[in-house]
Design a protein around this ligand. Sequence first.
Ligand SMILES: Cc1cc2nc3c(=O)[nH]c(=O)nc-3n(C[C@H](O)[C@H](O)[C@H](O)COP(=O)(O)OP(=O)(O)OC[C@H]3O[C@@H](n4cnc5c(N)ncnc54)[C@H](O)[C@@H]3O)c2cc1C
Length: 503
Amino acid sequence: MIRDIPRFSKHNYDVLIVGGGINGAAIAYMASLVGARVALVEKNDFASGTSSKSTKLLHGGIRYLENLELDLVAESLKERYIQYQNAPHLVKKLSFVIPVYRNETRPLWMMKLGVWLYDLLSGPYRLGKHNHLSRERLLSVAPLLAQKTLVGAVSYYDAQMDDVRICLENVLMADVKGAHVANYTEVVEFLKENGKCVGVKAKDILTGRSFEVRAKTVVVTAGPWSDLLLRKDSKKSAPRLRATKGVHILYKGQLSDQAFLLQSASDRRVFFVIPFRGHSLIGTTDTDYEGNPDQVSVDDADVDYLLKEAARVFPQIAFNKDNIITSFAGLRPLVHEKGSPSKISRKQRIEKSFSGIWYVLGGKYTTYRAIAKECIIKVLPRLSRKLPSDKEHPLFGSGEVSVDIKQAALRFGVPSETVTYLIGLYGSRYWDVLKMIDDDSSLRVRLCECSVAIRAQVAYSVKVEMAQTFDDVYLRRLQLQYNDCPSRQCRHSVENVFKTYVA
Ligand SMILES: Cc1cc2nc3c(=O)[nH]c(=O)nc-3n(C[C@H](O)[C@H](O)[C@H](O)COP(=O)(O)OP(=O)(O)OC[C@H]3O[C@@H](n4cnc5c(N)ncnc54)[C@H](O)[C@@H]3O)c2cc1C
């Protein structure tokens, strides 16, 4: 993938997409698949916004059953399954348990009904069967749970995914299909003729240079930043979003092999404790946010809330801020509605402004493919008959992986665990990463004691995956921030290889 800024001014694109989170990436990929000339620009790095701050679930959203959003849940369950099939290296089945305590607002019978309905709505797309667990059975599999007032539990299946990688693989596929894509390219102004949008003025953040990009249609997929672009489009526009902040913490050590959906005692919300890379991902909060989306951050109050709620359910663990490996905050770009943040619908809206600019608002990560499809039907109606079937939506690494791990390890001089890990991250592209060692044997070296990641991945991030900064490699393409690494050696190693290859 080449970041070629001058070519953006040489074309009149069918579609220009503003924002390289999951929605922009998927729309760029799908629009390229149906034969449109596509440009995608992202002001920061791909997936650096909400699309790297999610709970990392492809899920129907069992809690939306309470809001009777049956259509959204059913659509999400189908999408979950399609992606489980299409991108097995990035999407894994995960078992969830919901323990129920006496006097909780959602009693056991309601939970039993919920998981039954969830499976029913899954229809042929079910990932596994729900179950009821007695108190004794639950404590035998999850002995750290609070026991007093525990009534029983239910279990069900959902899927865990890699939000950054799925987004990046959509961008890579868009590029393969002919889209022109660039990160660190900000849309600063819309170009208009007779009141209609004919393109944008964009700024290359890396050089400070401005340039124009012409397009027949502009689609804004700027997530929580959408209202800022809407105001550039028309000063009189009323805000369309209600952004809510969600914080996660990654707590040292895995509390269980199971994921837990838990009811919070303080505000009736539900939150998760999920096994994640050998540790426990705890989240999320859900609070209104009115500040600048660029400045969203984790506050002490967010961390206190999550630790307090987790400690109530796992009383044997002495939760302590020092054991937090990392934390992150993201903004849900929800369509404006009144009421409690958790009750706002996650359903997307795709709307056109007076100047002809399309805005993709709201939505869930899980339904990104369905959102992209709906967008193509609205924005490119004549090409929409070429939309691919559900099966024809492969991601960059979703080809078949046939490999003799030991032999690959021997061939490149790396440990077998490294080969297994690379297959998990890059799918069928793991070989391309390893092949870099043929040109530079130092790339086979491990980055750090804290993981089996190797230097070749840094080079691959720069050469193939358009990484422009240290963070693009460390936080997104390799996601090393989730490792418990006291020495911080991995930071230095990434920095060193990055400097060599970016030059
Ligand atoms: C805490 C939390 C947990 C969540 N968990 C889940 C989950 O487990 N499962 C699920 O299905 N959904 C989940 N979601 C929802 C999901 O993450 C979002 O719906 C999805 O990521 C939104 O993607 P997006 O592409 O619309 O926005 P974003 O990912 O925010 O992308 C928008 C992009 O636009 C760029 N941009 C902004 N302005 C400009 C400009 N002027 N020029 C160029 N680029 C610009 C930004 O830099 C950004 O990268 C969660 C959301 C949150 C906040």
